[in-house]
Design a protein around this ligand. Structure first.
Ligand SMILES: [Zn+2]
Length: 335
């Protein structure tokens, strides 16, 4: 099966009003089709000419550019570039991106690698040539141009709607953190260790748990837990572990754990051989999140961050049956 994909689309010429059918490229594999890669760089991948009157124009279609690792230009360029159409909303763009990623996944078959999702980069159409350039300086210039545009858009949002700005910032931070699967897996091991001795062993093996990034991930999970369950124990357990990591950074691992477990006191956070049900629920949730594919996990965290009660979460998931199904299946597998 070829990787690149074109869709036959019926069009009506704006000049002569006659109908015709055009092949519109939606996925371009740069290694498979260097000719199409050149057209992307030249900015005419979506240029068409009417077969009846010759009128030329550009169709407003999305495009996913796949740059396999072997391609020389891919060395310092994201391997998946997504160009949204110009007239669509952000939600429509996300849906289009998801659909094209699913199609690419299908075309790649066993060559698909989830790590590719970490290489996904939406790019405005005018900057596509820069991102695909074989010249590293041009790629860098395109990246900086995009950072500037993103920053300008954020600045504008901040002055126009501060609340929306802060919500977006939080979501972006969470999305970034949630892409870090190894860290999430280590946090899971850290939290679900059954005794404090075991918890400490996990920490000794994974010093990156003491990083700012780990702190950010836990803080985001705590915020999600707070918003999706009222006064729940997931929040308490996650908070306890985050505070422990913070204390380790302040006074050292030795001291932090010594403070934690005076010999005669009961161990906190249900760290015993018999976990209370709420601790088990929190652990199941962590395991389920870790088990999900990156794109679903990110989408789910996004949903969780935007609801303030279990009821709202239920409603939000009603609108996203694919997320609900994935979460329920992942939770079931953790039983
Ligand atoms: Zn025409």
């Amino acid at each position: 099966m070829t990787i690149s994909h074109a869709q036959s689309t019926p069009l009506t010429c704006p000049q002569c009003a006659q109908s015709f059918s055009a092949e519109i490229w939606l996925i371009v594999d740069t290694a498979e089709r260097p000719d199409l890669a050149d057209r992307c760089r030249e900015g005419n991948i979506h240029h068409l000419a009417c077969p009846h009157c010759g009128k030329e124009g550009q169709v407003d279609a999305p495009l996913l550019v796949y740059q396999p690792a072997a391609a020389e230009a891919a060395a310092s360029s994201p391997r998946l570039l997504f160009i949204p159409p110009s007239q669509t909303s952000e939600q429509e763009d996300q849906a289009l991106a998801r659909a094209l990623l699913a199609l690419l996944r299908e075309h790649l078959g066993s060559a698909w690698d989830d790590a590719l999702l970490g290489q996904f980069q939406p790019v405005p159409r005018p900057l596509l040539a820069g991102f695909m350039s074989e010249d590293a300086a041009e790629r860098e210039a395109a990246r900086q141009e995009m950072d500037r545009a993103a920053q300008a858009a954020m600045d504008q949002l901040r002055s126009r709607d501060p609340a929306a700005y802060h919500r977006l910032k939080r979501e972006q931070a969470a999305q970034q953190a949630m892409q870090n699967t190894p860290l999430l897996r280590e946090l899971q091991a850290f939290i679900q260790a059954r005794t404090w001795t075991a918890t400490r062993r996990v920490l000794a093996d994974h010093p990156e748990l003491l990083s700012d990034e780990a702190d950010d991930v836990l803080s985001q999970l705590i915020a999600s837990a707070r918003e999706s369950e009222e006064g729940g124990d997931t929040e308490r357990i996650l908070t306890e572990h985050r505070d422990l990591l913070r204390r380790c950074r302040e006074v050292g691992i030795e001291q932090a754990f010594a403070d934690l477990t005076p010999p005669s006191s009961p161990s906190p956070a249900g760290k015993s051989e018999d976990l209370p049900p709420e601790a088990q629920a929190a652990q199941r949730m962590m395991r389920a999140l870790t088990a999900l594919p990156d794109d679903l996990r990110t989408a789910l965290i996004e949903v969780m961050a935007n609801v303030s009660s279990q009821e709202e979460l239920d409603r939000a998931l009603d609108a996203r049956p694919e997320l609900r199904a994935a979460l329920e299946k992942a939770l079931e597998e953790q039983e």
